[in-house]
Design a protein. Structure first.
Lengths: 335, 295
């Protein structure tokens, strides 16, 4: 069995590596992403202070600090959420004007230090509540999303179209006439695509880490495990689409039906916090949502195995369900 | 007497709009080349794909060495489909190696390349081969497991005459190794040259079966005369002769060659382009069905 699986695995890898156009594109895309993100996020940060104000907007006459120039004030209703943003330095200072003025400042943040001086100049009696946390940029939050998006496209389209092409050309039918089983064939495709995705993700991870630098508080081995399970789940999802159909249009359409909702709802570009409950429920059906939630928990908050275990379990279970469905519905030839 | 390697019993394959195979039975002895002949749409490929285990039959069964088709059959069968694409970007050697890796036992890759005269093409990408070279590669792939039974489905369709002859030589060399071969073709010349036994199919049924020379002697005690159509005057059609019109010629079947020639001369039919030949399987198909094999 292993011999047959490895033969197909090896041949698929050779085919991919010799397909220069696809190979260059696959390797170039992450490099372009690295460079693009470097341009967008690599320069000096904008000289704007962002101060969160707890509760409803306060009166600027009563609190002259609110009239400071070059300071953006945002109103946040919940203290927990506001403190998390402060910890991750998504805001530089948190102020509560609902009673006697008190404030929280991240002692590790240089901007927090400066904006604290401004507050104290305007409101000398304000009481300080210190908070610790390492600087976090939008890039740090976005980075797992970019990796996940790249993975999603590679998994779904890479596997879906390859198997479709094999079926349409009659290559699958020829393989069917050998002792190779559907399970062995599908496993070889999964392993080949998984190796490629892990390699590209590693290139991206190291590339962006070297050129721009990003925040990663968690265990890299846990991230690797997460990458493997996330990729497996999405490859298996691609196989469920490719298992049976023979029409380019249909397969392309179905893959788009899967990728676009994931693009919008899985939290690649922005967090779904604050969106309607049903939207969040739908989003949590997608493997990509679990991959990104867990990746951000590990990278940004240093979460351990126990904290992301539900996501890992979901990814493992969906892999099994998708693979079982793919193997059950698999057809070697056009019907 | 050799035992049957493959037995086909009461095979039926129905599709919603048509019955492709309609109660076909035959057996194939070990070590022979068995031909399934017939025009396009006769049911040859459907029959052979059911025999290969690729298509499920609607009814009937195929047995290999007395057993239903199973793992042993897959290990011991070599198959060349009518149309097969291989993976892009792989060389000839890598294509052969891929399929060799799918079998527990078989020939060395170099041995396969040698048998199919592919040594000089071993490092060339498979998709860049000519039609004849590709068929040789697909034959090589069918041989990687040193099969006991080799299925060749219309293997020379679309090849030029030279490539076709080269392929026939290859098949003859494989036949000499005592392999059992199942060949489907609509080239009667190919069947007569390679097959020890043939089954002629039409509309999903077998209409004649046996050794080619025996079938011909059974059905023909006659010779065939062929004349170009333009050389055959309308007046000559009233002669008491057994005539058949093809697209470009008139065929006359007769027991009495001398008498027929005398009648033609008397009717002033020009005989400059006359051809006299023994009947072949194509004529047999015509005799049995009243239609040409390749209209």
């Amino acid at each position: 069995m292993m011999r047959r699986l490895l033969s197909v695995f090896h041949a698929r890898n050779l085919e991919f590596l010799r397909d220069r156009g696809t190979l260059v594109f696959t390797l170039l895309l992450p490099v372009m992403l690295v460079i693009g993100m470097g341009f967008v996020f690599g320069g000096p940060q904008r000289p704007l202070f962002k101060v969160a104000v707890l509760g409803a907007a306060a009166d600027a006459h009563a609190h002259p600090f609110l009239a400071e120039r070059y300071v953006q004030f945002v109103s946040l209703p919940h203290e927990d959420e506001a403190l998390r943003k402060l910890t991750h330095q998504q805001v530089d200072l948190l102020v509560d004007f609902t009673g006697p003025t008190r404030y929280w400042v991240n002692t590790d943040s240089p901007k927090g230090y400066v904006v604290e001086r401004l507050l104290l100049a305007a409101e000398p009696g304000a009481r300080r509540e210190p908070v610790a946390g390492k600087a976090l940029r939008y890039l740090d939050w976005l980075f797992p999303g970019i990796l996940g998006m790249n993975m999603m496209f590679s998994c779904l389209f890479g596997v879906g179209y390859v198997v479709l092409r094999y079926r349409k050309s009659g290559f699958l039918k020829r393989l069917h006439a050998t002792p190779l089983t559907a399970f062995e064939f599908l496993s070889a495709q999964v392993l080949s695509r998984l190796s490629l995705i892990l390699f590209v993700t590693l290139v991206l991870y190291i590339g962006i880490g070297t050129i721009i630098g990003f925040h990663s508080a968690g265990n890299p081995l846990l991230l690797a495990l997460l990458a493997v399970l996330g990729a497996l789940s999405m490859i298996a999802l691609g196989l469920t689409i490719a298992a049976r159909f023979s029409s380019d249009e249909l397969v392309g359409g179905l893959l788009n039906v899967l990728t676009w909702p994931m693009m919008l709802l899985s939290g690649i570009w922005f967090s779904l916090e604050g969106s309607p409950r049903w939207v969040q429920r739908v989003a949590h059906v997608f493997p990509l949502t679990h991959l990104l939630d867990a990746a951000r928990a590990v990278m940004l908050d240093g979460a351990g195995l126990a904290q992301i275990a539900p996501d890992l379990l979901y990814l493992a279970l969906t892999t099994l369900v998708f693979l079982a469905f793919g193997a059950w519905s698999f057809r070697w030839r056009i019907e | 007497m050799s035992t049957a390697l493959l037995e086909v019993r009461d095979l039926v394959k129905r599709y919603p709009a048509t019955t492709a195979v309609d109660g076909v039975s035959f057996s194939v002895r070990e070590g022979i080349c068995f031909g399934l002949l017939g025009p396009n749409g006769a049911g040859k490929t459907t029959t052979v794909e059911i025999m290969e285990g690729i298509l499920p039959p609607t009814a009937g069964e195929v047995r290999y060495r007395g057993e239903p088709l199973g793992a042993r059959f897959r290990e011991e069968a070599g198959i060349l489909f009518q149309k097969t694409a291989l993976q892009d970007f792989l060389t000839v050697r890598q294509c052969v190696a891929l399929f060799r890796g799918l079998y527990a036992h078989g020939l060395e890759v170099d041995e396969v390349l040698r048998i199919c005269a592919l040594e000089k093409l071993a490092e060339r990408e498979a998709r860049k081969l000519s039609g004849g070279q590709q068929q040789r590669l697909l034959l090589g792939i069918a041989l990687v497991n040193d099969p006991a039974v080799l299925f060749l489905d219309e293997p020379t369709t679309g090849l030029d005459p030279q490539a076709r002859r080269n392929f026939w030589e290859l098949v003859q060399s494989i036949k000499a190794r005592r392999k059992t071969i199942i060949l489907t073709t609509h080239y009667m010349e190919e069947a007569e040259l390679l097959c020890d036994c043939v089954a002629i199919m039409d509309r999903g049924r077998i209409i004649a079966q046996g050794a080619p020379h025996r079938l011909l002697t059974q059905h023909f005690a006659e010779v065939l005369l062929e004349l170009p159509r333009q050389d055959f005057p309308e007046a000559a059609r009233s002669l008491p002769l057994k005539l058949f019109d093809t697209s470009d010629r008139v065929e006359i079947t007769t027991h009495d060659l001398e008498g027929t020639l005398r009648s033609l001369l008397a009717a002033q039919v020009p005989l400059t382009h006359l051809r006299i030949r023994p009947p072949n399987l194509e004529d047999l198909f015509l005799e049995l069905t009243g239609k040409e094999l390749r209209p």
